[in-house]
Design a protein around this ligand. Structure first.
Ligand code: OGA
Ligand code: NI
Length: 359
């Protein structure tokens, strides 16, 4: 079978391409040489890993344990922008259940998934987000995303009827992840030397969304990217990788891509652009991307947690002084979100919106 045999409309759907057993990768997925994932700036040694924070020690440990975990959070956020959380107290059955319904969703026939289409220029529903032009390269990924909180961001027409327990599982999962985000923001505030409720108080009716990313196996992982390099527009992002997943997520550190080694049952946390701005750049929103695997599909379930769209975001006053001059202008978070979702993913470019000299 060749690409031209695939029905129009299926052509950019990577799962359909996979089923069609194509012999070569369509041009739109083939990256320019400099963007390809096999470049020489990928770290292959596995002992260069993002820090691991033990959540149960943070909540229930003795004073030394608490201090040591908070210090780990501080170092992770300053130097990596990423950490993994173990013993996060979210029921492991629930993690398994969300993975199961997400996988079942992606494995449904295309026609079923297309009942919930992602309208170009929006980020909810099934499809490929952040695509704005015909000559833009496409990611080797299918996405399904839903706005969750506050309720007015929901689009009930996009909540799938199948699998039957999909919506219920998303609701329960999202409540648990929300609790985790609130707790982590509290510890992040403490690690900055701020009042523990500084973010909670400021965020108001926090915005939460979920995105499931499905990366089918790709016959030429060296030519494509699963997800283009980007930083997240959120305050915090929580990423769950499917059990038994191969390594796929990579983060950019000192100009080299470092693969994030999955730890069973851990959650990957990263700082989004909003926390970078609020902390005047002290905590970093780090660029990351996903790569594909030759034989294995990969699933990730990603939660974005952000302040109310009404919030005026700008560096916290206590983090600006003579030694740390203000690096970002104040802006409305709703405007930032709009700017984020209406531009293609391009490293940390979106954050230029908030640079003090941005016009
Ligand atoms: C994202 C993201 C990485 C992954 O969805 O923003 O960075 O491994 N995903 O799926
Ligand atoms: Ni991301």
């Amino acid at each position: 079978m060749s690409v031209s045999d695939i029905k129009v409309g299926h052509i950019d759907d990577v799962q359909e391409l996979g089923k069609a057993k194509i012999s070569h990768i369509p041009e739109r997925f083939i990256r320019d040489l400099t963007e390809r994932p096999n470049s020489d700036n990928v770290i292959t040694s596995t002992n260069n890993n993002i820090p691991v924070v033990d959540f149960s020690k943070l909540c229930k440990g003795n004073i030394d344990e608490i201090c040591s975990e908070i210090l780990k959070i501080k170092i992770s956020c300053e130097e990596w922008g990423f950490f993994q959380v173990i013993n996060h107290e979210i029921n492991l059955d629930l993690l398994e259940k969300i993975e199961k319904v997400a996988t079942e969703f992606f494995l449904m026939p295309l026609e079923e998934k297309q009942k919930y289409p992602m309208i170009p220029g929006t980020v909810q529903g099934y499809g490929q987000a952040f695509v704005f032009s015909e000559n833009q390269k496409l990611d080797w990924c299918n996405m399904f995303a839903l706005g969750l909180e506050p309720h007015y961001v929901r689009n009930p027409k996009l909540w799938p009827a199948k699998p039957s327990n999909f919506s219920e599982t998303v609701e329960i999962y999202s409540r648990e992840i929300r609790k985790l985000c609130k707790n982590l923001l509290k510890y992040i505030a403490i690690s900055l030397g701020c009042k523990d409720d500084v973010f909670e108080e400021m965020f108001g009716a926090a915005v939460q969304a979920i995105r499931m990313n499905y990366y089918p196996a790709c016959p030429r992982p060296d030519l494509v990217l699963g997800l283009s390099p980007h930083s997240d527009g959120s305050a915090l992002t929580v990423l769950q990788q499917g059990k038994g997943n191969s390594v796929g997520l990579q983060i950019l550190r000192n100009n080299a891509w470092i693969p994030v080694q999955p730890i069973p049952n851990a959650l990957v946390i990263n700082i989004g652009d909003t926390i970078e701005v609020l902390t005047n750049g002290r905590y970093k929103s780090v660029e990351h991307r996903a790569v594909t695997h030759k034989e294995k599909d990969r699933l990730s379930i990603v939660t974005f947690y952000a302040p109310s769209y009404e919030l005026e975001v700008g560096p916290l006053r206590e983090l600006v002084d003579d030694k740390n001059p203000c690096k970002y202008r104040r802006y409305n978070h709703g405007d930032y979100s709009k700017h984020y979702v209406t531009n293609k993913l391009q490293g940390k470019k979106t954050l230029e919106f908030s640079k003090i000299n941005y016009v």
